[in-house]
Design a protein around this ligand. Structure first.
Ligand SMILES: *Cc1c(COP(=O)(O)O)cnc(C)c1O
Length: 478
């Protein structure tokens, strides 16, 4: 027997994910922030319904160094698929799960002394410090240490030997609706950061900006921004000047067509009655796929390049469309989000019809809908990545009196050399013995010398080192 199943399964309903548009949106974000400001891409909730792993891969290959997720589980899924960039868990983790953070090299959000103590204890037990980001509540009232208690908290935690405070952040509660409140949140956060800095507790990564902050509040950018929605080409508000391209389209095909008389009741409850003899098309998608039932009798659908409306209630697995006199046949493509010919339906417009937000529309598209990824252009970095990886590999200087015991972090390693962050400056043109740690294998010893060296944020130094002999056997990356 012939198999009819294709990439989307037997049912012709799928979400198309355009990875080129994702990279386009990332470039727009980069163009909108000052050079040197970093991007932490929010990929929680399956990358807002777009698919955690393919989206994260594309982002990392496009140069993103930090990913943000909501839970340890999401972070472990990233690690398990080989993603080696920095990961921050934005939500709170349970103390009992502290060992997993160390095992998978995941940074937690910290805003309680109990968690800080638990992390420090585990760090001392295992002899490995952990990078954390401290969350400040400046008005969201969700998680975070209250801004007026934060100074003392940060001072205390920064004395813990097992904890490196790599980041400090807050979250804007009303960036899309209340400018005054947003500015006051930014200012509370800014005062705290300045006070810490003045008193010798400079923290390298300071972040506050969600999508709305990135687009509309330059003074919320600090040293890193944390966009989610705009990466996916969606707007948190109408007045956003970034040139964004939607990443997700939601498509299906007509599965049944019938002609009905005037006065025919359509779907559950007969909330729609035809006013004339007309043609009804049935589509194999429903609220069981995350298409909101609120779009009963209002949801737009594109078929044959024209716009039609859902007739009657959205069912669990099907919807009907009143096509009028339009010639339509089984197998014709129907677009529920995205464009067809000159027509376009945005997730934002669906959200407004369904009395919700675009976030909920895309996150809600369920796992029953297969994601189909498209990517026309190879990234310039794809080739480079084959021999070079952005990473964070703990490095120790061995047999070097001046630097012995100084821990370093290698970011970006190739078979020829590495970029190394250290607390003390590394002298150029002088061979050093390094020990590179690996998560699942013995450390590797190499001889390397710096070809350049300069100060980096957070009282650190960064240098580029060349290996004396090509590094071939390093399981962590190659
Ligand atoms: C989800 C989330 C973001 C991203 O928000 P967008 O509005 O999608 O840009 C940023 N920060 C935190 C803490 C979040 O939870």
């Amino acid at each position: 027997m012939m198999e009819n199943r294709n990439a989307t399964g037997y049912r012709p309903t799928w979400a198309q994910i355009d990875l080129d548009n994702l990279s386009h949106n990332l470039r727009q974000i980069r163009n909108n922030i000052a050079p040197g400001v970093r991007i932490m891409a929010c990929v929680k909730a399956e990358a807002y319904g777009h698919g955690l792993i393919p989206v994260s891969r594309q982002l990392v290959n496009s140069g993103v160094e930090f990913l943000a997720v909501a839970s340890i589980d999401e972070a472990v899924a990233l690690r398990s698929s080989g993603i080696a960039c920095r990961i921050l868990v934005l939500g709170l983790v349970l103390e009992q799960d502290v060992p997993a953070l160390f095992e998978y090299d995941i940074s937690p959000t910290v805003c309680s002394m109990a968690l800080a103590l638990g992390l420090d204890r585990h760090a001392r037990r295992t002899g490995r410090a952990i990078d954390v980001h401290i969350k400040i509540d400046t008005g969201m009232a969700r998680i975070g240490i209250m801004h007026d208690k934060a100074y003392d908290f940060v001072r205390k935690v920064s004395a813990f030997p097992g904890i490196r405070i790599e980041g400090i952040f807050t979250h804007l509660a009303c960036a899309d609706t209340d400018k005054l409140l947003t500015l006051s949140q930014i200012s509370l956060f800014d005062s705290l950061v300045r006070r810490l800095k003045k008193n010798g507790a400079a923290i390298p990564l300071v972040h506050a900006a969600n999508s709305m902050g990135v687009a509309s509040y330059k003074n919320s950018h600090f040293s890193m921004v944390r966009p989610g929605l705009i990466l996916y080409g969606l707007r948190p508000a109408d007045d956003i000047s970034l040139d964004l391209k939607p990443v997700m389209s939601l498509k299906t095909k007509v599965i049944f067509v019938k002609n009905v008389k005037a006065g025919t009741g359509i779907s559950y409850g007969h909330t729609y009655k035809t006013t004339r003899a007309t043609r009804i098309a049935t589509l194999p998608i429903g609220y069981g796929d995350g298409y909101p039932r609120n779009l009963s009798n209002t949801g737009p659908v594109l078929i044959n390049g024209k716009r039609f409306t859902i007739a009657g209630r959205v069912c669990m697995d099907q919807v009907m469309v009143d096509m009028g006199r339009e010639q339509v046949k089984v197998g014709d493509e129907a677009v529920l989000i995205g464009s067809q010919a000159k027509e376009r339906i945005s997730a934002e417009s669906l959200a407004s019809l369904a009395a919700t937000i675009p976030y909920e529309i895309v996150c809600g598209i369920g796992s029953r809908v297969p994601r189909v990824y498209t990517k026309k252009t190879a990234l310039p970095q794809d080739k480079r990545r084959r021999e070079r990886a952005v990473c964070r590999i703990p490095v120790r200087f061995v047999d070097t009196p001046s630097l012995s015991g100084t821990p370093g972090i290698a970011a970006d390693i190739s078979s020829g050399g590495l970029k190394l962050f250290t607390a003390d400056p590394v002298l150029p043109y002088r061979p050093y013995e390094l020990s590179l740690e690996q998560r699942r294998a013995e450390p590797v010893r190499v001889t390397a010398s710096a070809v350049w060296s300069r100060p980096a944020p957070g009282n650190r130094h960064v240098c580029g080192m060349k290996f004396e002999k090509e590094l071939r056997d390093f399981k962590e990356v190659f």
